[in-house]
Design a protein around this ligand. Sequence first.
Ligand code: ADP
Ligand code: MG
Length: 342
Amino acid sequence: MNFPSGRTIFVVLEFHLPFLRVLPSILVMAREFSLIDRYFCRPHARKDVLLGIGDDAALLTPPPGQQLAITTDTLVSGIHFFADVNPYDLGHKALAVNLSDLAAMGATPAWALLSLTLPDADDIWLTAFSAGLFALAEAYEVALVGGDTTRGPLSITLQLIGFVPTNGAITRRGAQVGERVYVSGMPGEAALGLAYLQGKLPLAPRCRDHFVNRLQRPTPRLALGQQLRGLATAAIDISDGLLQDLQHVLDKSGVGARIDLNALPQNEFLDEIPLEHRRTAQLYGGDDYELCFTVSRDKSEKILDLSMACGVLVTEIGTIEAALGICDLDGVPLAAQGYQHF
Ligand code: ADP
Ligand code: MG
């Protein structure tokens, strides 16, 4: 075999050096594009997406007579989820928490953008993560229309855009004295799942599976939220704890609330948790993504029908009062604490 002389090698290297220098970034870019194509470019049925993933920006056509409802949420490894969490569940949750925000506004979701920061391009992880994300996206006819992909500590930011009829959104600011306070589902279950995973609460397998599932696969209450338009005067989704999130509604509306602690919804799983633990989880536990909302007394009989139509338990838990703050039926103040990032 003939080897090139030393001089030839030098010339060849010198000639190729600029190319060699940019080669790693070209390879990274090629990998980034194939990663996006492979895991995040999926067909969808939305006709309002003129241009989705693959250009500098997506082109979308909002429907006439509707306002856009836009929200975003970030999930950071070690803060919002355990680094070794099942990536399918994480894909589900990244979208579910945003869907829940639109549910609380009475909006219908349409388009999503995904900003992913990944330590590496792990095929198994990305396959499961995207499967969890798209299973929920397809269920609610959400099209992923763009995003960004960078390398770094695992963090997921999802932005969701939906529609609501002009001036039809339910906000936090409409609660009035005399109205009833309702909550969907079973607040507290996700917090009990978290307490179990943190080793703070031993649980029998049946309860454990149920609570951990509520933590990792929350169900956004979209049908309920949409049907509450024109019925609920204010609404919020419970991400940081029932009382803390209810307090946001009260602050915006300039009112207070009286809560019947014995009316808090309970099921056969919560029944197994000692009262003190259960109460703390129900009132202060986060991550449930249930809806808390207010309805005037004359419309309250419609809530049962709505609950049946949506297949979601809805429970009356209290009333709106003029006196600020939250208290129980005996007038004892309930501290509106919950999860705080700062
Ligand atoms: P630019 O540098 O112009 O912002 P990118 O190279 O970041 O574009 O992305 C190329 C295309 O892929 C864009 O359409 C972008 O929206 C989309 N994209 C990038 N990352 C993701 C992701 N994680 N999920 C969905 N779409 C993505
Ligand atoms: Mg980019």
